[in-house]
Ligand binder design. Sequence first.
Ligand code: NOJ
Length: 560
Amino acid sequence: MSQQHSAAPAPTSAVSAVEGRPDWWRDAVIYQVYPRSFADGNGDGMGDLEGVRTRLPYLRDLGVDAVWLSPFYASPQADAGYDVADYRAVDPMFGTLLDADALIRDAHALGLRIIVDLVPNHSSDQYEWFKRALAEGPGSPSRDRYHFRPGKGKNGEQPPNDWESIFGGPAWTRVTEPDGTPGEWYLHLFAPEQPDFNWEHPAVGDEFRSILRFWLDMGVDGFRIDVAHGMVKAEGLPDLGDHEQLTLLGNDVMPFFDQDGVHDIYREWRLVLDEYSGDRIFVAEAWTPTVERTANYVRPDELHQAFNFQYLATHWDAAELRTVVNRTLDAMRPVGAPATWVLSNHDVTRHATRFANPAGLGTQIRLAGDREVGLRRARAATLLMLALPGSAYVYQGEELGLPDVVDLPDEVRQDPAYFRGAGQDGFRDGCRVPIPWTRTGPSYGFGDGGSWLPQPADWGGLSVEAQTGEPGSTLELYRAALAVRRERADLGAGDAVEWLRAPEGVLAFRRGEFVCVANTTGESVPMPAYGRVLLASGEITEAAGEAKVPADTTVWWSAS
Ligand code: NOJ
């Protein structure tokens, strides 16, 4: 593990160099790069920062406003970098701090903003503080920075409470004390290699405010906050009791998730961020029970955006979609924050696969499904998302219509949830397969040295090269949609939609001169032609003022 922060480059890019509207983020389209799977600059089979840097022009041409990078910090990679061993260093497998500096500068020069991932709920078990806590033993002040407790039972052989890890198994691991005896237990809501910080300890807050400044000084434009709903635990770490944790997760406030105390942390962080120029932002990864609780994270003195996971989890169903859109806009309006729409990320089944699943399967289940139907719905869902007021996130590869890889052999899997066998399904590797850039060649242009997860044999046909300039390709659909969004302020702006009358299974709404119609049914439907077709995810035919909108298709019209 390198300790590169002593050699940090002088923070000359401290002022974000991107010119733009002060509220750029309110309707921004932000592209998620999963660094290990985006582009491999040094040919070792693993994506890296140099790979990302060289592909920035692709992202500029795609038409996104900013790039969020999943963690690239020094890490033993027990959870693909969400186990951080040094928050101020780049892991050698991704490059160096100088590479990060070059990436930020080049992005700014292209007009792209950079958002980094901050992981404050837990560290790696290889983080200095945790190693010290283990070495110094029970009762030492260094143990107070984490949640160490004696076990229950005669000899402390049972965990201190009944919480389960999100990845399966108990949320506690017992340590062997320096004298060799079995000793205290520590809390880890995720893998045992990810001990949870004790945010009641003032040193934890001090450390994270310092980490924020480190990256702000490096010139980043914002932070995605990992497990933003998790840092504060209910006093006394109470048992859940008879409740089935899995059914409560995401449906209720838990003693370890979405506790009100977490908001005090964000108020402090907001003060730090606001000291810096350049309209930098925070986006929360907060899985809360309701959009109303999500809105708490984006009150004016807290964070800027919070992913709308209720939307992500909604089926391809007009009535359900309309309900979640209305509820979201109603919840965000009073706090003055934009809605933040998202359909895919590195933790859930890609939407081109998910939307082919039978309704009710959830966001984690990967079935092969009907690829054609899945892709048709995914394209339609994307145009619908990009027509809604607010900001939207795009996960790398969705612009290529990539499906999840559902047949990875067990021996190549790396998702820790897979090895813990319960909780999450452990198949997140399926949405993390390196993306194809070229029709042929080793790893389809991902890099010169293969790919850390095997790519399916037909991925050349889905590559950037194969789809570029190809009329009707998913890549060209995304490019066209983002170009329209850039030209027309009415797409992402505002906080309301005006619903239009539409047959069952069809969503239709107006936003100023702009009309969006999404047909979620398996049949083509007749709709009035609302003006000039700006874009459609399928073939529209029009005659005598009427348009036929095919099954699973979204159309954008302009009245002018
Ligand atoms: C959410 C991240 O997106 C996920 O990949 C990770 O496993 C957990 N948080 C734990 O950090």
